[in-house]
Design a protein around this ligand. Structure first.
Ligand code: URA
Length: 348
C-alpha cells in the first residue's frame, strides 16, 4: 500500500522529471529549417496519398494503385505564414488507430528522446499498478480470447454503413433484378421495385404490380395508380415526393392476390426498403398489406382508421385504390384515414 509520503515523493520526482524535460528541449519540437520541413512534408504527402489509395481501394474492392511520388515538392509553408504547424496534425481517421511502425521518413526527423529516469519510471509503474490500472509504460499485451474469424467482407460492410438511402435502394434494386425466390419470377416482365423519393416522409405499400406495372417496371401506373396519384396530390404531395412499393415485386398472374409464401419470400426486400427510406409514416393500401405488416387477421374494415406502429414507424391502414374504384362509397373513409396521416405529418 503506497503511503501518502510515498505518493508525494513520486509526484515531486515526476515534476522534476518534467522540468528536466522542458529544460533539455525534450518538450515541444524545436523549429526545423525550412528545407527540412518542406522535404518532410513532401514525404508526408507521398505517405498520405498511399494511405488514401489503400483506403479507397478497400472501399471499392480494388487493388491499391501504386502512388507515384509527387513531381513537385509539397507547397512550402513558411514559418512566417503560420499556415501549418511544423509537424502537421495527425489526420482524424488516424488518431484512434494503433500506433503505426515508424518508417524511414519519420526516422529522419530530429526527435531527441530523453529517457525517463529509471527510478521514476519504476515508481510510476508501481503507482499505476497500485491504482488498479495497467502500467502505462510497459504496455503489456492483453491476452485476448482466440475468437475464430468469421469469413467477412469488410469492404462491403464499410460500404453498407456509409451508403446513402438512394444508394441502398439502388443496391437492393440491382440485387433483386435476378431474384428467383418464388414462382412469381416466372411470369414477370420486369421486377417492379418501387418508385419515388428515397428520402420520402410518406411511404405507400400496395399488394403487387398489375400487368401494366409489370410492363413498365413501375408501381401504380394503371387506373388505380391514377387514383392514387390524385389522392397523393390531395394530401399536398407530388407522386415523386412520396415512395410507392408493394408487398411483392413481381406481378401475380391473372391479377390474383399474392400468396402468403410469396409475400413471405419478398418481405426481406420490403423490410430493407422501409429501413433505407425510414419514412415518417407508412400507409398500407388494401387488406393484404395491412394484415401482413400488422401481423393480424382482422378485416381491413377493423384495421383502418387507427394508428399502429411498424417497428417504431407510425402506420395507417386504408383501402386500396382499386377497391375505391369498385366501391365509391369507401372513398369517404379512405379520405378520413389520409386526413389523419396529413395531420400527423403536419404536427411533426
Ligand atoms: N399496382 C401496384 O403497384 N400495386 C397494387 O397493389 C396495385 C396496382
Amino acid at each position: 500500500m503506497a503511503t501518502k509520503a510515498h505518493l508525494l515523493q513520486i509526484t515531486r520526482e515526476l515534476r522534476r522529471y518534467v522540468e528536466w524535460q522542458a529544460k533539455s528541449g525534450a518538450l515541444g519540437a524545436p523549429e526545423a529549417p525550412v528545407e527540412e520541413r518542406e522535404a518532410w512534408q513532401s514525404r508526408q504527402k507521398v505517405r498520405d496519398d498511399a494511405r488514401m489509395a489503400t483506403m479507397r481501394a478497400a472501399l471499392v474492392d480494388e487493388k491499391p494503385r501504386q502512388v507515384a511520388p509527387p513531381s513537385q515538392p509539397a507547397r512550402p509553408i513558411t514559418a512566417a505564414s503560420g499556415e501549418a504547424p511544423h509537424r502537421p496534425e495527425t489526420p482524424v481517421y488516424e488518431r484512434s488507430a494503433a500506433p503505426r511502425a515508424v518508417d524511414k521518413a519519420d526516422e529522419a526527423m530530429p526527435a531527441p528522446a530523453p529517457q525517463m529516469p529509471a527510478t521514476v519510471a519504476q515508481d510510476e509503474n508501481a503507482l499505476w499498478k497500485q491504482l488498479g490500472s495497467q502500467s502505462r509504460r510497459t504496455f503489456e499485451p492483453i491476452e485476448e480470447p482466440a475468437v475464430p474469424r468469421t469469413p467477412s467482407r469488410p469492404a462491403a460492410a464499410v460500404r453498407g454503413a456509409a451508403m446513402s438511402a438512394p444508394e441502398k435502394l439502388d443496391f437492393l434494386k440491382n440485387y433483386l433484378a435476378n431474384c428467383q425466390r418464388c414462382a412469381l419470377h416466372q411470369g414477370r416482365t420486369n421486377v417492379v421495385f418501387g418508385a419515388g423519393s428515397a428520402v420520402a416522409r410518406l411511404m405507400f405499400i400496395g399488394e403487387g404490380p398489375s400487368s401494366q406495372d409489370d410492363k413498365l417496371g413501375e408501381p401504380f401506373v394503371g387506373e388505380s395508380g391514377e387514383l392514387l396519384n390524385r389522392m397523393i396530390v390531395a394530401m399536398g404531395f407530388k407522386r415523386e415526393e412520396v415512395y410507392l412499393t408493394n408487398m411483392v415485386k413481381c406481378r401475380p398472374l391473372e391479377n390474383r392476390n399474392p400468396g402468403s409464401d410469396e409475400i413471405q419470400q419478398c418481405s426481406t426486400y420490403l423490410i430493407k426498403q422501409i429501413e433505407a427510406i425510414d419514412p415518417e409514416i407508412i400507409v398500407t393500401l388494401g387488406q393484404s398489406a395491412a394484415q401482413t405488416l400488422l401481423q393480424s387477421d382482422e378485416d381491413l374494415g377493423q384495421l383502418r382508421g387507427r394508428w399502429y406502429q411498424w417497428r417504431l414507424t407510425p402506420l395507417m391502414a386504408t383501402y386500396h385504390p382499386e377497391s375505391l374504384l369498385r366501391n365509391e362509397s369507401l372513398k369517404r373513409a379512405a379520405w378520413s384515414d389520409l386526413q389523419l396521416v396529413m395531420a400527423r405529418l403536419a404536427a411533426k
